[in-house]
Design a protein around this ligand. Structure first.
Ligand SMILES: *[C@@H]1O[C@H](CO)[C@@H](O)[C@H](O)[C@H]1NC(C)=O
Ligand SMILES: *[C@@H]1O[C@H](CO)[C@@H](O)[C@H](O)[C@H]1NC(C)=O
Ligand SMILES: *[C@@H]1O[C@H](CO)[C@@H](O)[C@H](O)[C@H]1NC(C)=O
Ligand SMILES: *[C@@H]1O[C@H](CO)[C@@H](O)[C@H](O)[C@H]1NC(C)=O
Ligand SMILES: [Zn+2]
Length: 486
């Protein structure tokens, strides 16, 4: 947890102003409801996820827009996300602060024996509310507290959960451009006071899709990352044009990273156990196996020591650190490939050059994290956080009472520009931002923007890839259809 750089005169001025006693701020969603004076100053927050944006992509090619957010705000070097490191489980953890075993979206593909129903990104089953209702996402909580929310394509955000959709949302459609998603969100933040959203979530399919297709080691990924940085630049520019840049707190993160796979590193289950003995519920790298009635021990014994590159766990023995056990949707046997390995039934069939889903303590599985805005400190680098800590942090920023969760505000409090007035969990938290912060922020941002242009003109702009067709991430996976008969 180190501050980057020294104390420039401007930063020192900011620090000095922040040391003055804070004026009390009244704008709590819990206390104020959706109307009443002061509502116009209610804190705003935009949470953006670029799917599969691994933490170190920002160090690989020039990414001036990420770096200016980090310079103006905070960055976290290491973010431990939740197991399994897949898209749906992690996006739901970000907005609930819960491990997958508790929020119930335990995988992109799952089976619920109590419901005798399957959930799959490839079917409309994702629109069935009951899959999502073991938890309450932040947008629902905000609305129940009298606030408003908006969502553009975030997993689960076009599903009715506990009776509510986001106040404003776009139904999932991968063909809708990033720019259109941004324009809609800007509109929702800019709406007249009573209709404006307080909290919005924005999702984009890349660089996950290209990461699967090309593998993260491919040099073609460079242009994909540059393109994402330009998309971030588009967003910040639109926020500035709408006069929102100093008002809206912006968090830029992702659900998981990506690792390179190799065709030599394939584990073929058919070599060890007959397909007739089990149902294959979820795919590599954490394969969920449902043995047929009475076949649990037989299947387990055949797989347990089958391959040194595959860990085999009975549900009761899944390591505690994963917090991935206590849910009926977690199957009786879980196979976990070692990093870089792929588990298949046989070598016929689809193979991807990049994947994620592995152990969440692997560096390659971890996402980027940067944030800026009136609630955040400036030019501050933190070494470590857990992605479940983001939820209580967002609740603090939005002055909404968090539901029980697996995160802890105190772990990430240092990211905020001010200490909270109170931290008792049963008391609705007060607003954290001092009213000086926006003033200092605007002043600093002018300087930052000037600095940004100087940096930007020096950066080499790489050619973009010929545009890859955007489909729902992993919905259309595997992207590379390759017959692996060698
Ligand atoms: C579960 O549903 C399938 C159809 O989707 C049906 O064939 C099967 O009998 C059901 N199983 C139970 C135990 O109800
Ligand atoms: C998805 O978006 C595209 C591009 O805006 C549009 O042409 C298409 O009609 C949309 N599809 C659906 C099902 O709404
Ligand atoms: C591999 O599995 C497919 C079914 O998924 C089957 O059609 C094919 O014959 C199998 N190949 C071998 C070599 O067993
Ligand atoms: C996570 O939080 C939920 C809700 O408070 C709780 O029920 C669950 O036991 C927690 N999990 C862990 C591992 O602490
Ligand atoms: Zn993802």
């Amino acid at each position: 947890m180190l501050g980057r750089g020294g104390c420039s005169p401007l930063v020192c001025l900011g620090a000095l102003l922040l040391l003055l006693p804070p004026p009390v701020s009244p704008h709590s969603l819990n206390q104020g409801g959706s109307s009443g004076h002061g509502a116009k100053d209610r804190p705003k927050l935009l949470l953006l996820s670029f799917d599969g944006f691994r933490w170190d992509y920002i160090h690989r090619v020039p990414t001036p827009n990420f770096h200016s957010i980090m310079d103006e705000g905070v960055m976290v070097e290491q973010v431990e996300n939740t197991y399994i490191t897949k898209t749906f489980p992690n996006h739901y953890s970000l907005v609930t602060g819960l491990y997958a075993e508790t929020h119930g979206i335990v995988a992109n593909e799952m089976y619920d024996p109590a419901l005798n129903r399957s959930f799959s990104m490839e079917t409309d089953s994702i629109y069935e509310s009951r899959w999502w209702e073991e938890a309450v996402p932040l947008w629902v909580t905000i609305q129940k507290a009298g606030g408003r929310s908006g969502a553009a394509m975030w997993p689960g955000s076009d599903v009715k959960i506990h009776g509510l959709y986001p106040s404003q949302f776009l139904p999932y459609n991968a063909s809708v451009s990033f720019e259109t998603r941004v324009e809609r969100i800007i509109g929702w933040f800019s709406a007249p006071k009573e209709e404006a959203v307080d909290f919005a979530v924005l999702y984009w399919e890349e660089p996950d899709e290209s990461g699967h297709l090309l593998g993260p080691q491919s040099s073609l990924m460079d242009a994909v990352i540059v393109d994402i940085d330009e998309k971030l630049g588009f967003l910040t520019n639109e926020l500035k044009k709408a006069g929102l840049y100093e008002k809206v707190n912006l968090i830029v993160t992702s659900d998981h990273g990506m690792t390179q796979l190799f065709t030599d590193n394939i584990i073929e289950l058919d070599e060890y156990v007959s397909r007739d003995l089990y149902t294959w519920v979820d795919k590599s790298p954490v394969v969920a196996i449902l043995p047929n009635e009475g076949k649990l021990d037989e299947v387990y014994n055949k797989l347990a020591d089958a391959n040194p590159n595959m860990e085999v766990h009975k549900k009761e023995e899944i390591p505690e650190q994963f917090h991935y056990q206590h849910n009926i949707r977690i199957m009786p046997i879980i196979l976990e490939a070692k990093e870089g390995w792929t588990i298949m039934q046989n070598r016929t069939g689809p193979f991807m050059l990049g994947n994620h889903g592995y152990d969440n303590t692997l560096r390659s599985m971890q996402p980027v994290f940067a944030a800026r805005g009136p609630a955040f400190r400036q030019n501050y680098v933190k070494t470590f956080m857990r992605s479940v800590d983001l939820y209580p942090l967002m609740c603090q920023i939005l002055s909404v009472r968090p539901l029980p969760n697996n995160g802890s505000l105190s772990n990430v409090q240092d990211l905020l520009s001010a200490e909270p007035a109170t931290s008792a969990p049963s008391v609705p938290p007060r607003v954290s931002g001092y009213s000086y912060a926006p003033v200092v922020g605007s002043f600093l941002s002018v300087v930052m923007v000037l600095g940004f242009f100087v940096v930007y003109v020096r950066e080499v702009t790489l050619k973009q890839l010929p545009s890859l067709k955007h489909r729902r991430r992993e919905m259309s996976q595997p992207l590379l259809q390759e017959d692996l008969h060698l």
